[in-house]
Ligand binder design. Sequence first.
Ligand code: PLP
Length: 435
Amino acid sequence: LQTFPLTMPNGPISTKLFDLAKKYIPGGVNSPVRAFRNVGGDPFFVQRAKGCRIWDVDGREMIDFVGTWGPAILGHAPIPILEAINNAAKEGVSFGIPNPYEVKMAQTICEWVPSIQKVRMVSSGTEATMSAIRLARGFTGRHRLVKFDGCYHGHSDSLLVAAGSGALTHGHPDSAGVPPAFADLTSVLPFNDEAALEELFEKKGHEIAALIVEPYPANAGLILPKPGFLQKLRDITTKHGTVLIFDEVMTGFRLAKGGVQELEGITPDLTCLGKVIGGGMPVGAFGGRADIMDYLAPLGPVYQAGTLSGNPVAMAAGLAQLRELDKQKGYAYLEEIGQVMEDAVLDVLKKKGLNYRWYRKGSMFCLFFTEKEVHNLHDAKTSDLASFRKFFHHCLDNGVYFAPSQFETGFISMAHAKADMDRTAEVAAAALAAL
Ligand code: PLP
């Protein structure tokens, strides 16, 4: 702002910035969820972020459980990442020619995630899933795609598809501008429903190129697979010659070195990554079986490319993040501090006599404002959204920032300490009491 002074009317600075932003940016935001439409009110604008805290342009300080929607696993602006970015940038910001950082990143990914024999870097999670699907279609020579209701895989045409009225009907576009012909090729199933899965594969298995799934769906709140469900996906796709794609953009490197596939002991054919591997820079990746990956240009017939793919500064940032996670025994700490939060939340719920559903895996969590167990999007939608909105705003007004929607996952970082969890529990307890 010092470099680019803005001319603004008087009033709280966030409000003024939002008014100005709405003049020049559709809806005032560069990604819709930031507009606070699900909770009402206007978004705040961030001045800076450090550790587990953010400060808005009006000087308010908040404990942050969004962590830039997942990437900030070490906390905001960690010194090792800042140094890595600085050192890499000094040598050049982008080359468009192979560089050593991207090789180190590919090697690290393949070592940490054993199902990935070869990997290609891209610049977002959307690019990763879009490219993995084209690759699966090119490899199998088939066109149909299967996804699950409530799983989000970015905003490419084939994936912005919602469930039709019956399990076997084709999906329908979930956004204007998605041609129905794309949606026709995408079948959408309820998560955790083995019967619907079997029925679909029985009828259409021979035409299904790929099944894509968030193994722990984290874009409808946080939903966990029923025992055996992921193995069922592995078995049925193997049986029908379908490529199994795990979208671990959210979970990859966040829950374990090898992601959900390590925790659950399932080996997908392809894996999509993003968020944590970029250390906050725009990075995605997709990789898996070498025989499938070798279908990519320049070796094979499936075209895929990117001007900024494998960008040296982004690779350096991501590598620094992964190195620190390993060095600081990150996953053990995140489980420990996650348990502290869980104990506090369950204690608060008990004291308030509330049976709301709480789900957590390591540093990912969701409190659904419903008493129903949540196994799929349909269950998640039984949540009391009016109460969630009140809870969200009470917490925000008292310095705790949760994601501005019931249908999002919360993220804990290595910068969250017990004192932050104690303060959060205090605020959350008051917020629930005020409902
Ligand atoms: N896949 C999953 C599981 C995601 O959560 C997201 C984003 O939230 C994406 C893909 C898309 O990633 P990006 O926003 O980097 O395009």
